[in-house]
Write a protein that binds this ligand. Structure first.
Ligand code: UDP
Ligand code: MG
Length: 302
């Protein structure tokens, strides 16, 4: 039984060795490889990986930063083991959980993890995270569990289904759910990262949520159509009303303020909907270019 541990790394200089030690400590009984995916780090991450000098350590190094989603895809594509695990290098995904995950793998195809607390995370961030999960679960056809991590153990079949989805806009949390199979969820408390800073800014998380929603749902398009129809009906009624009133009573006062308000309001709504339309159009445009999801600069696979 072979296991590949796929670890995306971006500027994780200090964490590589800590992570490697933890894995060695907890997985001595397993026949495993660690596949580090160096996602265009600007520090010495790649050097640290090479210094480990271990046959069990494989690496793929990108030509630039392609993002964690691309790194996961690359790692899974290179994997050929019976089982694959995706995990972060900052030890927020505890390696000591792995033996426990394996207890369920005969019965399930996927053993996934979720955090039950968001201790150590800014309140405002937790609030928006919860809001995001509520929205996406309402309007998309995949169920994304609140607090679900990318940390998961998968059988070969699952890995192959995931790599078969070769879209450019990759929202892993959605893709993992979309492929189906039966999943066992393991819960654990949030752990703060060992070294370094999280590389996600609030703005990036916001973009990530929009990405998630537009990748897995066309509900925003539908909602804008419905609102558009409602407004058309209202305005049609208003036109009839105004025409009839003018014919019966003439036009005693000019209604500049109300006209302006309506124009501005309608203008605003139209801009929002054109924006939504643009999001999808942009996605289609990017997908149609069919660009590679990542570019490898070097690796140590045979
Ligand atoms: N990561 C990556 N590419 C990126 C950003 C992050 O490969 O562009 C990796 C990072 O090295 C880490 C994992 O993704 O192993 C999670 O990143 P981070 O800890 O910054 O995110 P958080 O845990 O705060 O969600
Ligand atoms: Mg982290």
């Amino acid at each position: 039984m072979k296991l590949d541990i796929i670890v995306p790394c971006y500027n994780e200089n200090e964490n590589i060795i800590l992570f490697y030690d933890e894995v060695q400590k907890n997985l001595s009984k397993f026949d495993y490889r660690i596949i580090f995916v160096n996602d265009g780090s600007r520090d010495d991450t790649l050097l640290r990986i090479k210094e480990l000098n271990d046959d069990k350590v494989k690496y793929i190094s990108f030509s630039r930063n392609f993002g964690k989603e691309s790194a996961i895809y690359a790692g899974l594509s290179y994997s050929d083991a019976d089982y694959a695990i995706v995990m972060d290098v900052d030890l927020q995904d505890p390696p000591e959980l792995i033996p426990e995950m394996f207890e369920y793998i005969d019965e399930y195809d996927i053993v996934a993890t979720r955090r039950v607390s968001r201790v150590g995370e800014p309140k405002i961030r937790s609030f928006f995270a919860r809001l995001f999960y509520r929205i996406i679960n309402k309007i998309s056809d995949v169920e994304i569990v609140d607090g679900a991590r990318d940390f998961r153990l998968m059988k070969r079949d699952v890995v192959e289904s995931i790599t078969a989805l070769n879209e450019y806009n990759r929202f892993s949390k959605g893709i993992f759910e979309w492929v189906g199979f039966n999943t066992k969820w393991i819960e654990y408390e949030n752990i703060e990262r060992t070294k370094g800073e999280t590389s996600w800014s609030f703005w990036q998380l916001f973009k990530y949520s929009i990405e998630g929603i537009t990748s897995f749902s066309v509900a925003p398009l539908y909602i804008s159509t419905v609102i558009g129809i409602i407004f058309s009906i209202i305005s049609f009624a208003a036109i009839v009303f105004i025409v009839v009133r003018t014919l019966l009573y003439g036009d005693p006062v000019s209604g500049w303020p109300s006209t302006m308000s309506i124009i501005l309001f309608m203008g605003g709504i139209q801009m929002v909907f054109i924006g939504i339309l643009g999001q999808y159009l942009a996605k289609t445009y990017i997908e149609s270019k069919n660009r590679p999801i990542y570019i490898v600069k070097e690796d140590n696979f045979d």
